[in-house]
Design a protein around this ligand. Structure first.
Ligand code: GLN
Length: 202
């Protein structure tokens, strides 16, 4: 069976960390995506953390904004970590939305400034039976989620992980820990979607 290709948007942010985690998961090809032609080769895409307004500007500058939005709306699995989650949201408190695809309202820098970054350990049953480390860096939270959005995790009452069909969003950074369960979960999402596509094509 062909290994699914997971792209990592490689304009800014924690690209190498996601690459290493995916390589440790195995069973997927990893591709850094900077152009529409690279995007076309990806079966799924990770939008890494970084600075969401900068990444959004680069997405437009590299001609990726529209093709990416189109692929997501057509069902390509996508996982936004932190800034990536902000890019996916249909609403951002006090600012215009970017990709405008996931039915959530997010608040940027919800926990405060860089100095208020923190980590904790929590169980998220969708990802693993064991508690996993969650690292928050100038993180957003989801302030409101639409009916079609499955809340996967709350910390202190706030939504920090959610899924809506092909879209996964986490406020935290699994790529900065040794725990691979969220990367494994996304690899499986991508594998299933890629198998569905090839069944339709054959
Ligand atoms: N604070 C950043 C933003 O608003 C997100 C931080 C992160 O991705 N670690 O874009």
């Amino acid at each position: 069976m062909k290994r699914p290709v997971i792209g990592i948007l490689a304009l800014q942010g924690s690209v190498q960390e996601h690459r290493q985690a995916l390589e440790s998961v195995g069973s997927v090809e990893v591709l850094e995506v900077k152009t529409p032609s690279a995007l076309a080769l990806a079966d799924g895409l990770i939008l890494p953390g970084g600075e969401s307004t900068t990444i959004a500007k680069l997405l437009c500058g590299f001609g990726l904004s529209d093709p990416l939005r189109e692929r997501i709306l057509k069902g390509m699995p996508v996982w936004g970590t932190c800034a990536g989650m902000i890019l996916l949201a249909k609403e951002i408190v006090g600012e215009p939305a970017h990709l405008n695809v996931m039915d959530v309202t997010v608040r940027r820098n919800a926990y405060g400034r860089q100095i208020d970054s923190f980590s904790c350990v929590q169980s998220i049953s969708a990802f693993s039976r064991e508690p996993i480390p969650l690292v928050f860096i100038r993180a957003p939270w989801i302030e409101w989620a639409g009916e079609g959005v499955e809340v996967l995790c709350r910390v202190g009452g706030k939504i920090v992980a959610a899924r809506q069909e092909n879209m996964l969003a986490t406020s935290f950074h699994p790529e900065l820990t040794d725990n691979l369960c969220v990367h494994r979960y996304f690899a499986e999402m991508t594998q299933r979607a890629a198998m569905g596509t090839s069944l339709i094509q054959s």
